[in-house]
Design a protein around this ligand. Sequence first.
Ligand SMILES: NC(=O)c1ccc[n+]([C@@H]2O[C@H](COP(=O)([O-])OP(=O)(O)OC[C@H]3O[C@@H](n4cnc5c(N)ncnc54)[C@H](O)[C@@H]3O)[C@@H](O)[C@H]2O)c1
Length: 259
Amino acid sequence: MRHKREKIAVISGAAHGIGKAVALLLAEQVKALILIDIDAEGLARTHAQLNEKSGNTVALSVYTADVTQEAEVRQVFAEIRDIYSHIDILINAVGGSSSSGQSGVLTEDMSLQQWQSLFSLNLNSAFLCCREVIPVMKKQGYGRIVNFSSIARHGRRDKVSSAYAASKAGIDGFTRKLAREVAPFGITCNAVASGITLTGRIKEEFWNKRSGAEQNALLESIPLRRLSSPEEQAQVAVFLASDAASYLTGQIIEVSGGL
Ligand SMILES: NC(=O)c1ccc[n+]([C@@H]2O[C@H](COP(=O)([O-])OP(=O)(O)OC[C@H]3O[C@@H](n4cnc5c(N)ncnc54)[C@H](O)[C@@H]3O)[C@@H](O)[C@H]2O)c1
C-alpha cells in the first residue's frame, strides 16, 4: 500500500461544486491531483486556488474534456497514463439534474433527448471514466472509486425528473456491481448519495428561485434543518477514498442531513 502522500487522484467535475470541494480537501493528502472538467475557465480558477492553498506542494494537471464523450475520455486517460505511473483514486463528480433545462419536467412531457442527456451526464460519465482506470488499478492491486448518487435515487423528490431519479438509481446499481467485479483486486467502489447541497449551481437554479416560505418549508423537512455545504459532501467522498475506508465497498452512503 502506498503512503497517502504518494497517491495520485483523478477528479472529474473539479471546476465547481462538490468536485471542486473534493479537490481542495484531497490536495492536503495526495502527491498529485488530475482535474477534468468541461469548463476550462472554471478549471483554471480551481487550479489557481489549489496552488495558492497548497503552496505548490501538490502536482496538478488539468484536462478540459467532456466526460460523456467516449473519444475524449479515452484521449485524456491515455495522456494521464503517459505521465503518471499509477492512479490510486477516481472521484466521479460530474452529474446533475438539469443538463437540458427543466429539471422537474414530468415524464409525459419529457423528450427522449432530455431523458438520454441526463443518463449520459450521470451514468455514461461515470462508466467511461471507471472503464479507463480499472485496468490500471487492477495491475497495481489497489484503487478507490467514488461515485455520486443523490437522495433523488428513491424517486420521492417532486422537483426533479424521473430521468434524474432513474439515472441516480442506476449509479447505485453500477456502484454495487462494479464493487463486486473489482474487489478481488484490492479496489473499492462506493457512492455518496448527496442531499441538497448549496453549490453555485443549486443556489442559482434552485434555492434563489424559491420564496422565503418555500425555503423555510424545505428546511423544516430536513431533520438537521439546513442544506449541506459542498465541503460536507466532499469530506465523505475523501473518507471513502482513504485507507480508513479499506473494508467498505459497494455501499451508497446517504449524506442528507437525515432527510
Ligand atoms: N448539489 C446538489 O444538491 C446535489 C444533490 C444530489 C446529488 N448531487 C450530485 O453530486 C455531483 C456533483 O454535483 P454538483 O452539485 O457539485 O454539480 P455542479 O454542477 O456544481 O458541478 C459539476 C461539475 O461538472 C462539470 N461538468 C458538467 N458536465 C460535464 C461534462 N460533460 N464533462 C466534464 N465536466 C462536466 C461542470 O462544469 C462542473 O464543474 C453530481 O453527480 C450531482 O448529481 C448534487
